[in-house]
Design a protein around this ligand. Structure first.
Ligand SMILES: O=C(O)CCC(=O)C(=O)O
Ligand SMILES: [Fe+2]
Length: 449
């Protein structure tokens, strides 16, 4: 991306570290009239304004001069002392009427030019609605994809640090040996999931401490149409505060137990180079910061079918559908972008906390069988068999993170469904992606990718 020409007519003296070019789209009226610079400039300025206004970026100074064709320029202190981005026409590419045919976005003086420019492009891509009418965003898309593809997920902490021995063998050693015995592990390996009842129950007093507290839980505004639960991540101290330290610690010991007892050669995944702290022999680790998720579902809350580790488009797997739940692959304006690695999640471990939860209360975890390879989660509905798992107090569920699952709507008024989830990861160079993903076509048949 580095360029050596100073195309800013002397507005900037230093050279841009990174830049992207946006060719102007043909005028849709088809009258061969060039778009006016005002029209183009207006769209680009809106995108730029939205970009700056919506993100953590701050305008500290009024930026560079707005002479000539220059649209907007602003300081981005988060990216370095004098980091600046500018949107501007490319003077060398003006047409006969003096209207530019290309615009350029460039960055100056970023501390971490590659990452920061990638971040900037991603942010701009989120505001593409403003600009796609007037400029081609193909280069922006591929830039963002390259950036995302190059971002490693967090590589985790060694499962040894959180093994039952490390936490205290007397605490969980025998539970693990008895409950997650060779039969249970064989089932996990063969069917992709295993359910074990009465592992660790949550006490009434923990629920009392949690009542009312979780209103402050984070609910992603963009996520509202696919999940309506509230989530928070629990540190060890948080867990202690709510009397959930055993549950927390137990979840963290699982990776180490599975490492010693699962046969990783049988998974049908080609072995990739293990990334520290994982090793080929002991590939599973816990996420950095440990990351035990606490989730709460009240009446009418749900989580639509999804996979915790799947092929995704760049805006996230859940954007693969419209708000009515339909996949968006056919929408030419919302082109689905190629796969990127989302994470290294390998096994999803959920510990349910709900005493006296009945079938009629709803909120079952619905796990779709034979769904490892499904890309569009909604494709499983009506096509795949499933099992419903009641979120009963003390129940442990382990499943292959690629499997499609949903949380069915909670039906009972006044009941709260709570669970703790840990994603056990397998950091590998090419990610735990499952090379055998296939697209399910409209007839329910399978198409090889
Ligand atoms: O709470 C559950 O049963 C599942 C939640 C879930 O699928 C998730 O948080 O990814
Ligand atoms: Fe999930």
């Amino acid at each position: 991306f580095s360029v050596s020409t100073d195309f800013q007519n002397g507005v900037h003296t230093s050279h841009p570290q990174h830049h992207l070019i946006f060719p102007i789209r043909p005028n849709p009226i088809g009258d061969n009239m060039a778009r006016s610079e005002i029209d183009i400039g207006h769209s680009l300025s809106s995108a730029f304004g939205a970009l700056v206004g919506s993100s953590e970026f701050m305008i500290k100074s009024s930026g560079a001069s707005t002479s000539g064709h220059q649209l907007s320029s602003c300081r981005m202190p988060d990216f370095g002392e004098s980091a600046t981005v500018t949107f501007s026409p490319r003077p060398s590419t003006c047409d006969g009427n003096g209207n530019p045919t290309e615009y350029i976005l460039f960055a100056l003086d970023f501390d971490r030019p590659t990452e920061d420019f990638g971040m900037l492009c991603l942010e701009l891509y989120r505001h593409r609605a403003y600009i796609r009418r007037v400029v081609c965003i193909k280069d922006l898309e591929s830039n963002v994809l390259d950036f995302l593809n190059g971002q490693p997920p967090d590589s985790g902490i060694d499962a040894e640090f959180t093994s039952s021995e490390a936490i205290g063998d007397e605490k969980f050693g025998s539970t693990l040996k008895q409950q997650l015995d060779s039969d249970a592990l064989a089932k996990l390996q063969k069917d992709g999931f295993v359910v074990i009842d009465n592992v660790i129950k949550t006490s009434q007093s923990s629920h009392e401490k949690l009542d009312g507290k979780t209103n402050r839980g984070k609910r992603n505004a963009n996520a509202r149409d696919y999940r309506t639960d509230k989530v928070a991540f629990l540190s060890r101290e948080n867990a202690e505060e709510y009397g959930l330290e055993d549950q927390h610690d137990f979840l963290l010991t699982l990776a180490s137990h599975l490492n010693g007892n699962l046969d990783f050669s049988l998974r049908g995944l080609s072995p990739h180079k293990a990334i520290f702290p994982g090793t080929i022999e002991r590939p599973l680790t816990n996420p950095k910061g440990c990351g035990v998720q606490f989730a709460e579902y009240g009446e009418n809350d749900y989580y639509r079918p999804h996979s915790d580790n799947s092929k995704i488009n760049m805006r996230g797997v859940f954007d693969c559908r419209r708000s009515n739940g339909e996949p968006t692959t056919t929408d030419s304006n919302e082109t689905l972008l190629p796969y990127r690695q989302l994470n290294w999640r390998y096994i999803t471990a959920i510990l349910y906390m709900n005493e006296g939860w009945e079938k009629g209360d709803g909120g079952q975890l619905r796990l779709y069988l034979d769904s490892l390879c499904v890309i569009h989660p909604d494709a499983v509905i009506g096509r795949h068999e499933f099992i419903d798992i009641n979120p009963s107090n003390g129940k442990l569920l382990l499943f292959d993170s690629r499997m499609i699952h949903s949380v069915e709507k909670v039906l009972s008024e006044g009941k709260i469904r709570r669970a703790l989830t840990l994603w056990i990861i397998r950091p590998e160079e090419n990610g735990v992606t499952g090379e055998d993903y296939v697209l399910i076509d409209d007839d329910g048949g399978r198409k090889e990718q």
